[in-house]
Design a protein around this ligand. Sequence first.
Ligand code: TMP
Length: 205
Amino acid sequence: MSGLFVTFEGIDGSGKSTQIEMLSSDLEKAGRPFVLIREPGGTEIGEKIRTILLDKANSKMHARTELLLYEAARAQIVEEKIRPALAEGKVVICDRFFDSTVAYQGYARGLGLEAVDFLNRWSTSGLTPDITFLFDLDERTAYGRRHGRGEEDRLEAEGLNFMKKVREGYLERSKEDRIRVIDAEETPELIYEKIKQAIWEVLGK
Ligand code: TMP
């Protein structure tokens, strides 16, 4: 049985988490071994980096520092968790991966794609997801959904214009074959039908 690497992407509040929960529950029921991880984080070292990245007190953080910290957390999770799980034939579900860096740091922070694409390849030593679900949603709708979920983190606090650029950045990348754009305005049930179908199609092969 070969492993499958699935990533979920989208602006904050686009509804990824609900879908990840639904998929995990179905994989469990089907008895398919899987691991569920998130970025940044997912390892002991990565969770420490996550705390630094999302802490609103770190308002002085330079965009290049931010980029390198995301990549550092990624290098760790790829080696410690993702590659070993794939080698054991597991499904790896990752809540965000390097497309987040393209959209947030490359586009929204304006660091450009040359540096980001290079670092994404370097930190992962070339590992690319098999399937990426990109949840596309208007930034105002996403903001409304996030409202009431507790305090915003450092990235969420960047505001609507930032999230608009993130969304545009994601869509710029969405032409790649592995990326399936999901209309996140649809009901969770309809969205999940599409996700399940796509995953089961590949797993059934
Ligand atoms: P989340 O786990 O709540 O999605 O928080 C992670 C935040 O970090 C989210 O706002 C997106 C942001 N992020 C980046 O800016 N670049 C990245 O490479 C990743 C993985 C996340």
